[in-house]
Design a protein around this ligand. Structure first.
Ligand SMILES: Nc1ncnc2c1ncn2[C@@H]1O[C@H](COP(=O)(O)OP(=O)(O)OP(=O)(O)O)[C@@H](O)[C@H]1O
Length: 269
């Protein structure tokens, strides 16, 4: 379904993403790991066309999305929802309106300017918030919510887009361990329950191992590991992070509970 071919991004003298090729045959949850500056964000941003590739192609269901322009590009961006570390909500706007923003790319400018949403969309937004356990906050301003709750609103906004791919760029990097777990559980549900392809940049090995079906390791812009969580040994991690023999997994770990514990259901806010 997704075929990344020889994707490269050059910023001046710096090659941020260097000839990356990745093939994804079916929806799954993919974690991308690597040291700071490895090129993880740049790759994700090229996928949803926030950044243009210097060379290479991204094919989705056979269509080259790297060459899309205008309305076609916006349609692709709607199909390819993005979740950011800092949530990127409109802070003074209420939660349900933030979620309704997920339909922006599919609506006319007039409807958007006058904040006109069909009742069916409002009901859908409330249903999504309900499913994520935060419907009780629907009328509050986004800025009044905790970080974890805001990230769940961002996930709800992504679901509202009904995307084919959900991209998450360090979605839990600003959260405490408990909220990080709730957010990761929600992202996992977008694959398990909705069958979506989810690709998340993660800064901790244990999270990638625990939640992902496939892990891609990047170093200096290149893919240096592509395998299952089981194959992600300490040695493989050392190659990804470029650490010497003293490499400690703890340095890339969060305090999210120990590996292999059953995932609890998301708890309501
Ligand atoms: N807009 C830009 N202009 C110039 N250089 C950039 C730009 N965006 C990223 N870079 C550079 O590209 C390289 C890869 O950055 P990127 O943010 O993709 O890495 P990352 O793996 O996501 O790191 P982090 O985990 O710190 O976010 C870095 O050297 C970075 O400085």
């Amino acid at each position: 379904m997704l075929n990344i071919e020889n994707l490269t991004k050059i910023f001046g003298a710096n090659t941020a993403v260097d000839n990356v090729s990745i093939k994804v045959d079916k929806p799954m949850m993919i974690g991308v790991i690597g040291a700071s500056g490895a090129g993880k964000s740049t790759m994700l941003r090229m996928l949803n066309r926030l950044e243009d590739a210097s060379s290479g192609r991204i094919l989705f269901d056979g269509q080259d999305v790297t060459s899309l322009q205008g309305a076609d590009k916006r349609r692709w961006q709607a199909d390819c929802a993005m979740i950011f570390q800092q949530f990127n909500l409109v802070p003074r706007m209420d939660v349900v309106s933030n979620v309704l923003h997920g339909t922006l790319n599919k609506r006319s400018t007039t409807a958007t300017l006058f904040n006109l949403y069909p009742t069916s969309d409002i009901h859908r937004a409330l249903d999504i918030l309900e499913r994520l356990g935060i419907a009780g906050h629907a009328a509050k301003r986004a800025e009044a919510l905790s970080g974890g709750q805001q990230q769940r609103v961002a996930i709800a906004r992504a679901v509202m887009q009904d995307p084919k791919i959900v991209l998450a760029d360090e979605p839990i990097a600003s959260l405490d361990p408990m909220n990080a777990q709730i957010v990761m559980d929600d992202l996992r549900r977008l694959h398990d329950e909705d069958g979506r392809l989810v690709i998340a940049n993660l800064h901790t090995l244990d999270t990638a191992r625990r939640y992902c079906d496939r892990v891609i390791g990047m170093r200096h812009g290149r893919v240096v590991f592509d395998g299952t969580p089981d194959q992600l040994t300490t040695g493989a991690a050392r190659d990804i992070y470029g650490a010497d023999a003293s490499f400690s997994e703890a340095a890339t770990s969060t305090s999210i509970e120990a590996l292999n514990t059953p995932r609890p259901a998301a708890v309501p806010a």
